[in-house]
Design a protein around this ligand. Structure first.
Ligand SMILES: CC(C)(COP(=O)(O)OP(=O)(O)OC[C@H]1O[C@@H](n2cnc3c(N)ncnc32)[C@H](O)[C@@H]1OP(=O)(O)O)[C@@H](O)C(=O)NCCC(=O)NCCS
Length: 183
C-alpha cells in the first residue's frame, strides 16, 4: 500500500477501487454532513465515483488523495489540490472528513501534509479555497493553519432557498508556518 504523504495519525494515498464502494459512498451522499459544502447536492452512484476517479487519474492539474487513519487503515476522508496552475504556481484546496471521524485532529494533519506537499514539492506559491461563511469548523481550521481572508463572493452559495456568501482564503508559500514537522 502506498503511503504517499505520511503523518502521525493519518496518511494520504491515492484512492483505489474498493474505496469507491465502501464508506465513501455513504458519506459523499450524506446530506447531513453537507450543510456548507456541495458533495451531496447531486446523488452519487458507484459508477459515477469510478468515472470521477478515472478522470482525476488523467488530470495533471489536480491531486486527489484518500485520508486514511493510521491505526485502522480506514478510509475516513478525501483531500484535494485542484486547478493547479504551474505558470502562476497556485492551486485550490478542498477537504472532507467523514462526520464520525471529525474533531480528532485528522483534518488539521491532512491539511498540513498537503500544504507541505504544495509548497515544498510542487513549488506552488499560493494555495486558496472557498468556504461557506457559516462553516465555522472549516474557517477555524484554515485560520489556525495560517490562511488569510482575501475576499467575499457575495451570495454565491444557495442552500434551502437562502443565499449565503463564500469567503475566499489564501496562503502564500512565505506564510506557511511549517512548525509541526510530520513523520
Ligand atoms: C472542516 C473539517 C475538514 C475539519 O476537520 P476535523 O478533522 O474535524 O478537524 P480537526 O479535528 O483536525 O480540528 C482542527 C481545527 O479545526 C477547527 N475545528 C474542528 N472542529 C471544530 C468545531 N467543532 N468547532 C469549531 N472549530 C473546530 C479548530 O480550529 C481545530 O483546532 P483545535 O482543535 O486546536 O481547536 C471537517 O469538519 C469536515 O470535513 N467538515 C465537512 C466538510 C467541510 O466543511 N469541508 C471544508 C469545506 S471548505
Amino acid at each position: 500500500m502506498i503511503k504517499f504523504l505520511e503523518g502521525k495519525k493519518i496518511y494520504l494515498r491515492p484512492l483505489v477501487d474498493k474505496d469507491l464502494s465502501g464508506d465513501y459512498l455513504r458519506w459523499i451522499n450524506d446530506s447531513k454532513n453537507d450543510k456548507f459544502t456541495e458533495h451531496a447536492q447531486f446523488p452519487h452512484r458507484v459508477e459515477d465515483l469510478k468515472m470521477y476517479a478515472q478522470s482525476k487519474q488523467h488530470d495533471s492539474s489536480c491531486i486527489w488523495l484518500a485520508v486514511v487513519e493510521q491505526e485502522s487503515n480506514h478510509h475516513i476522508g478525501n483531500i484535494e489540490l485542484y486547478n493547479i496552475d504551474l505558470v502562476h504556481r497556485n492551486g485550490e484546496f478542498k477537504i472532507l472528513i467523514d462526520k464520525s471521524f471529525q474533531g480528532k485532529g485528522y483534518g488539521e494533519e491532512a491539511t498540513r501534509l498537503i500544504l507541505q506537499y504544495a509548497f515544498k514539492t510542487l513549488n506552488l506559491h499560493r494555495v486558496y479555497l472557498g468556504v461557506h461563511e457559516n462553516n465555522k469548523k472549516a474557517i477555524n481550521l484554515y485560520q489556525k493553519m495560517g490562511f488569510i481572508e482575501e475576499g467575499i463572493l457575495r451570495e454565491s452559495f444557495l442552500r434551502d432557498g437562502i443565499w449565503k456568501n463564500s469567503i475566499v482564503m489564501g496562503m502564500l508559500s512565505t506564510e506557511f508556518k511549517d512548525t509541526k514537522k510530520i513523520s
